[in-house]
Ligand binder design. Structure first.
Ligand code: HGY
Ligand code: MN
Ligand code: MN
Length: 408
């Protein structure tokens, strides 16, 4: 176990974990064997660096570089990110921030930095919301932004509840929930993340600071029809939920395109029972809608919902649209960003369409983000990447910011 590896080497160590041979890329859902293996990987590297590792009641990992006389760890600086992935995702979305944080600890040690306040490297579970549907679930629990009883009852594709899956993985679901005392001890959280977009490519820069995260939410659309035989059922006698789903998807595209720079996606559709010669009995689909204006997001969703309800009536189906999670537009802490900018004067400030734990925690503690150039600009796909030099530049930038924050 190297106790001084650069972030590139650290990322290379996990390239074989959670490989998805069907989709390509990586599938590392929370509490899965792959995610648990990544947790162990992180804990071993943190421990090898002399960091004191704990897992809190929400399953968040905290690796502490404690300083003398800071018994209660007040005024801590926290960095880190997540290790879970979307289905078929890349190896950088999340792990780059975790690996860079570990490498930044090495850089601080090399520099002989003696922090005057504690540092923690944190790993937040279920950031993608890929298994239980709510994005940034760990940071939302910590911040008190989601009801623990609702979380315990969430189910995955197989119907397994969060409570049961957490218990299976060795966690105690009865103790999830807000942790105001832990938050009160944190002076700032800085998350490094691979850029999900082309901003740094266009600016020809390796590292950026985050300005804002646009508002974004996800809605579950369930359409109930009547299953029947594809050949024996006349067209006039059908109540086909797939037809209504098709109208929903078309409508989302239409209503998104008329709002400048809005983003509307349906990336997940589940047809039940799913036979080629079977008229479906129900369809579940999920909408992801984003825009700088929360009002615009909600207007798009309500327009699409109205259209879907009309299509369902015409088809003799019943539709239910349920908001799963919503994050308002987040502007990161200006004072913290100014301090980061004073350390990284050449780093541009970029907004992002991607959500992050830092975006959730921005509501309760000062947070900032660093983005590292992604030469493809693509993310949530195996094409997501970051070049070794830019990764090193990101680690140096993070180490510079942490040096500034930890020594005053
Ligand atoms: O969906 C997002 O924006 C983030 O990658 N979880
Ligand atoms: Mn992501
Ligand atoms: Mn991410």
């Amino acid at each position: 176990m190297s106790t001084h590896a650069d972030a590139n080497a650290l990322l290379a160590e996990i390239e074989g974990i959670g490989v998805d041979h069907d989709r390509g890329g990586y599938s590392r859902p929370v509490f899965s064997p792959a995610e648990l293996e990544l947790r162990r990987w992180f804990e071993s590297h943190a421990t090898a660096r002399g960091l004191n590792v704990e897992t809190d009641g929400n399953g968040i990992l905290w690796a502490w570089w404690d300083v003398p006389d800071a018994g209660d760890r007040r005024g801590a600086i926290v960095t880190g990110s997540h290790l879970d992935s979307v289905p078929g995702g890349g190896n950088f979305d999340g792990p780059l921030g975790v690996a860079s944080a570990l490498a930044a600890v090495d850089v601080l040690r090399d520099r002989g930095i003696e922090p005057v306040r504690p540092l923690a490297v944190a790993v937040f579970p279920e950031e993608e919301g890929s298994r239980f549907g709510i994005a940034c679930l760990g940071s939302r629990l910590l911040a008190g932004a989601v009801d623990p009883d609702r979380v315990r009852a969430l189910t995955d594709e197989s119907g397994r509840s969060f409570a049961d899956a957490a218990s299976d993985a060795g966690f105690d679901p009865s103790i999830i929930g807000a942790d105001a005392d832990r938050l009160a001890g944190i002076a700032a959280f800085v998350e490094l993340h691979v850029e999900q977009g082309r901003g740094l490519i266009d600016l020809d820069q390796p590292v950026a600071l985050a300005g804002a995260i646009i508002a974004h939410g996800r809605w579950h659309v369930r359409i109930e029809g009547r299953g029947d035989h594809a050949g024996a059922t006349r067209m006039a006698d059908r109540q086909d939920p797939v037809v209504v789903a098709a109208e929903t998807i078309r409508s989302l595209r239409v209503h998104t395109l008329v709002v400048d720079d809005a983003r509307g996606t349906v990336g997940r559709v589940k047809v039940t029972p799913g036979g080629t010669n079977v008229i479906a009995s129900s369809v579940d689909l999920w909408m992801d809608v984003r825009h700088h204006s929360e009002e615009a997001v909600r207007r798009i969703v309500s327009e699409v919902t109205a259209g879907t309800e009309r299509a369902a009536d015409a088809e003799g189906c019943v539709v239910t649209v349920t908001e799963q999670s919503f994050s308002p537009t987040v502007s990161f802490d200006p004072a913290l960003r100014d301090r980061m900018q004073s350390v990284l004067p050449h780093a541009p400030v970029l907004d992002t369409g991607a959500g992050h734990d830092a975006g959730v925690l921005a509501a309760v503690i000062p947070t900032g983000m660093l983005f590292v150039r992604n030469p493809t600009g693509a993310s949530h796909t195996p094409a997501e990447t970051a070049g070794p030099e830019d990764i090193t530049a990101g680690v140096d930038a993070l180490a510079d910011v942490l040096t500034h924050l930890l020594t005053r």
